[in-house]
Write a protein that binds this ligand. Sequence first.
Ligand SMILES: Nc1ncnc2c1ncn2[C@@H]1O[C@H](COP(=O)(O)OP(=O)(O)OP(=O)(O)O)[C@@H](O)[C@H]1O
Length: 302
Amino acid sequence: MNAIIANRLFKSFEKGKIKALEDISFEVKQSELFGLIGPDGAGKTTLFRILATLLLAESGEASVDSLDVKKDYKAIRKRVGYMPGKFSLYQDLSVEENLNFFAHVFGTTIEQNYHLIKDIYQQLEPFKTRKAGKLSGGMKQKLALCCALIHEPSVLFLDEPTTGVDPVSRKEFWEMLKYLKSEGITILVSTPYMDEASLCDRVALMQKGKILDIDTPEGIIEKYPKKIWSIHASNMYALLQVARAFPNTHTCFGFGESHHLTLKNDEKDYEDFCNYVQKHYKEPFQIQEITATIEDCFMALS
Ligand SMILES: Nc1ncnc2c1ncn2[C@@H]1O[C@H](COP(=O)(O)OP(=O)(O)OP(=O)(O)O)[C@@H](O)[C@H]1O
């Protein structure tokens, strides 16, 4: 069964000048961990706001748990946990006060749904009297997740929950999401970090209000259309200049500690490329065929 359906959603701002969403359609199955992957301005927040019934689309339909976002907005709000990207907590309230506040709004108590938040809450408990504004980034995100879960939602909307969070907390956060999924909760999560795509069941790659592709992370990688190589040398900048000057270079981008290279005619150009670099870069360099990452796929699609 589909827990979320978006069908041909359009939304623009400033009298149509900014097209935030253009023909967005996708479905998320029950208990699926579905990622919206895309850079700033892709339209992720706008999409969350429409699905969370906080904003109306110009056209198109959407439903959450088979309820219509327009007609049934009150019922949807009771079933959905929404963690907005911009901070959702009351900075001057303590950890415990924030949780109690959200529980009270939804007519429940911390005790009633403790099983869902137990693992995260135990990490927060030593700081329960600390004001939310004084927590670290990772702790704030954990508290915000607890607050979004307090009424035992069937669907969770998490807008960039790991942005600005340290790598250890990011890892813990994703482990928590896996647990929540195993509890039957459907999760729609957005992230600008391409490496987090592999942690989702399926992802939609988004850019400038459009969906470029929807698939499992493995499916997206399998569809990558070209051979790809990683190149490395002591002077990475000079290597990039030379690699880009080779007439049959298709793309060459800096990628962490190496550059990722594609050639117009794939392996047919490989030898000529190596000879060209040897001639113009003059110093030793390493080249190795690799499997594309989600980021490579994103670049190829955009
Ligand atoms: N209320 C608004 N008024 C005008 N433009 C808006 C409004 N909300 C969003 N936009 C614009 O719509 C586009 C999509 O924005 P959105 O916030 O949905 O993207 P995003 O993928 O969530 O990126 P970010 O992480 O920057 O929020 C952007 O160009 C943004 O500037």
